[in-house]
Design a protein around this ligand. Sequence first.
Ligand code: NAD
Length: 250
Amino acid sequence: MSGHVVVTGGRGTIGSAVCHQLHHAGTAVTSVDVVPVVTATPFEQVVGDVRDLDAMTTVLKAADAIVHCGGLASDRPGREYDTYDINVAGTCTLLLAAARAGVRRIVHLSSINALGCVGVGTPAYLPVDDDHPHTPISPYQLSKHLAEEACRQFAERHDATVVCLRPTYVIQQSAGAGPGAADLFAYVDLRDVVRAVKSALSADLTGFHTALLAADDLWGEHGSGPHTSLVSCANAQSLLGWTPRYRHTV
Ligand SMILES: NC(=O)c1ccc[n+]([C@@H]2O[C@H](COP(=O)([O-])OP(=O)(O)OC[C@H]3O[C@@H](n4cnc5c(N)ncnc54)[C@H](O)[C@@H]3O)[C@@H](O)[C@H]2O)c1
């Protein structure tokens, strides 16, 4: 897409990939992250905290859309307060800044964990889909659920478009750690996540939407044979025209 996109968490795994891909596609990009800038990038970088309302309002003044990747990406023992403060209060603050700055398109990196049925918790049915009831148990799960509720409220109150992408375990390389049985062996390649972000930025949508993202097989050795994903990406396909391209089957 053209225009100007602000990417929070722009120095993280997903945010960094999004910034580079959008820049290569000709979009003006501003990365916002609490981590100090140490390496130059071909796009603008701003050091800032999503909980800082004035700073976020200022950085969003020229923006057409936000990709919100900033926050804590898993449960951190001893950091429960930070999980709520950054992921929930931080998202609410960013949305308030968006309202003030007039930004009406947001792609929020939520998670399958908003549903509370993987990692800790058990699915009510399989395959898990976007209509699965929310039963968050861990602080991280609760933070992702509550941030989605903030997004839903923003979309309704401001007649805006908010797409909450719900990646499963994001994989960059086939080697190394991956999702286990409690995660339903569900994973998605980082490149497919970035494709979904780009589609969500330009899709002809209004209102609040959610889209689970998963590869169409199971992680690693579990992907061999007739095994297909236990996560349905029907919303991603119908809303965004997205289907996964990459597999990491051993
Ligand atoms: N990686 C996965 O497997 C995965 C899966 C599903 C969902 N997600 C979600 O995607 C998002 C990004 O995940 P990631 O893997 O890129 O995480 P990451 O930890 O690599 O990146 C997060 C970035 O957010 C920044 N950040 C933290 N607090 C901030 C604040 N207060 N203000 C501004 N920036 C802040 C960090 O410095 C970091 O650069 C998260 O919301 C996560 O919940 C990730």
